[in-house]
Design a binder for this molecule. Sequence first.
Ligand SMILES: Nc1ncnc2c1ncn2[C@@H]1O[C@H](COP(=O)(O)OP(=O)(O)OP(=O)(O)O)[C@@H](O)[C@H]1O
Ligand SMILES: N[C@@H](CCO)C(=O)O
Length: 317
Amino acid sequence: MAVFTPVTLDDIAQWATQYDIGRVLALKGISSGIENSNFFLSAERGEYVLTIFEKLGFDQLPFYLKLMRHVAERGVAAPLPLANRDGELLATLHGKPACVVTRLEGACQMAPHPAHCAEVGAMLARLHLAAADFPIRQPNLRGLDWWNETTPVVLPYLPDAGQHLLRAEMHFQEAFATSEAYHRLPRGPIHADLFRNNVMFDGKRLTGFFDFYFAGVDTWLFDVAVTVNDWCIDETSGALDPARVRALVGAYHAVRPFTDDESASWRPMLRAGALRFWLSRLYDFHLPRDAQMLTPHDPGHFERILRERIAKPVPPL
Ligand SMILES: Nc1ncnc2c1ncn2[C@@H]1O[C@H](COP(=O)(O)OP(=O)(O)OP(=O)(O)O)[C@@H](O)[C@H]1O
Ligand SMILES: N[C@@H](CCO)C(=O)O
């Protein structure tokens, strides 16, 4: 259940008049998602999604919403946040920040084939290029600094083998992040959470990326690694599926060619992508916001992926 803040049609009827969408006809809570309260909103002029932000505040949100608008206006398939009559993308609902965005058609593709991965790779490269001149610079808030803060918090919950792995990987990633090749990696605003449940497909056609609320400025390669670690794996073992990896990175490369430094950094970056989600899942698992509300994601999945990336060679970029 992921409606943390209930909203009724009555609550919304007056509130929605600030948008140029006509009368609201229906409102339906969306059960998936673990971060925000989301609703499908049908109005006279179209289909939208209403999001009420449960954790993010008025200071961080303009970055995400303006970034979505920036890339959507440049041809990237993404929801378009609506401006209200004052020109604001962000409004207040039940005392919390809220927004209305266009609803993407289709559904998530949870069992992707190489053709889906190719669509994702090409659109990801287009996203990076379209976002490159976005003027607001907010760092990836789940980057190395956050890993350093979170590691001592979750370590006590891990058995010896897990503690050893986490300490060793943090050590490895600190060294990687200070390498010359790392500093030469191209960077810009990235999605940073482009899992299968954050992309819509209508058949084989990609209709949009959504859930930009972990976006931030970081290396483009980190975004590719996070995406590959979810789209191109055997779900049980975490092993990479070479056909899907080739499809995704090949399609990305055709739009925005990888640099030599990126090729050299590929495997450490796949490890970084696994570490980031192992840490956040450990945190959410052991220190949940509201224990009754949700089943947390399994941290063990990303521990397996991390061990795989350390142990086995990866298909080259
Ligand atoms: N613009 C959109 N168009 C169509 N459906 C959407 C859109 N935005 C969100 N949804 C639907 O709402 C669901 C939850 O959205 P979202 O993933 O953004 O929530 P969340 O709470 O931020 O979740 P999480 O962080 O766990 O991915 C999605 O799975 C999707 O079905
Ligand atoms: N994609 C994240 C959830 C936060 O969006 C995960 O699977 O751990």
